[in-house]
Write a protein that binds this ligand. Sequence first.
Ligand code: ADP
Ligand code: MG
Length: 293
Amino acid sequence: ATPTALLVGTGRGAQLGVLIKGPEVLESTRRVDTIVLDKTGTVTSGRMSLASVHAADGVDEADLLRLAGALEHASEHPVAKAIAEGAAARVGVLPTPESFENDPGLGVHGVVDGHLVVVGRPALLAGWAIEPDARVAASVTAAEAEGRTAVVVAWGGRVRGALTVADAVKPTSADAIARLRSLGLEPILLTGDNETVARRVAAEVGIERVIAEVLPADKADVVARLQGEGRSVAMVGDGVNDAAALAQADLGIAMGTGSDVAIEAADLTLVRGDLLAAVDAIRLSRRTLGIIR
Ligand code: ADP
Ligand code: MG
C-alpha cells in the first residue's frame, strides 16, 4: 500500500476508536488468522463483585471477611478489589496488614492481626502446608460449576473458608466473536482462571477452544506455541499480566480501559474497551491494504 493509504487508514482507525501505533501495524492486522482473548477485563467486564461467603465449621464469617479483605485491600487484582469492597461493606473498617506479598496469578499472603493469612486459588495453597476442608472444597466446586471464581482463605495452617466472586460477560463480546469468526479468525480464550469457569464464559460467547489455569509468566509461551503451529496470532488483553503475550503476538491489542503496561506493549488500543472495535480494525486493514497493492 502507498504511505498515503496507510496514513488514511490510521486516521480512519482513530475515528473508529482504535489507536494504531504505526502505519505498518495495518499489515500484521490484515494477516492474523487466530485471535487469543484474555478472559477477565477483555471478554468480561472485569468489574467483579463478592457473590458468596462460605466459612468452615467454627469460623466466624466476619473474621473470614475481615482477614481476607484486609490482605486483598493491598492488591490491584479484580478478584482482590471485589473481595476488599465486599468485605468492607459487610464488616466495616478492615485492619492494616503487618506484611503483604502478591503471588501473581495465584493470590496473596501476609500477616493480619498476627495470623499468617493466605488467600488465593487452590494452586497457591498447594505451596503451603495447609490442611484442606471438605465442606469448603465442596462449596468451591459448586460455585465454579456455576461460573463463579472461588478463592480459598487459610490461616493458622488450615482452610478457614472460601469466597466467590462474579463477573459478567460484556454485552458486545458474543457479537464481536461471531464477527471475528466470519472474518476467518479462530478465537481462543486464555486465562489464569479455573478451567470450569473459563469454559462457562467461553460457551456464553461462542468460543470453543479454551486454555485455562495459565500463570501470567506463561501466557507469552502459549502465544509462541500457537505461532510455532504456523499461525499468525493476535492477542487481546487488558492486564499487566498480558503485556508479555501482547508483545509476543504478531498483533497485540490492548483494551483502552486496561493497564498502561498493556497499552504500551500493544500495537493497537481499543479506546472504549469494546471488542467490536477489533472487528472494525481488521476490516479496516483489509480494506486499506486490499484495495491498493
Ligand atoms: P486472568 O488471566 O483471568 O486475568 P490472573 O492470571 O490474573 O487471571 O489470575 C488467575 C487466578 O488467580 C484468578 O482467577 C484468581 O483465582 C487467582 N488470583 C489472582 N490474584 C488473586 C488475588 N489477589 N486474590 C485472590 N485470588 C487471586
Ligand atoms: Mg485480564
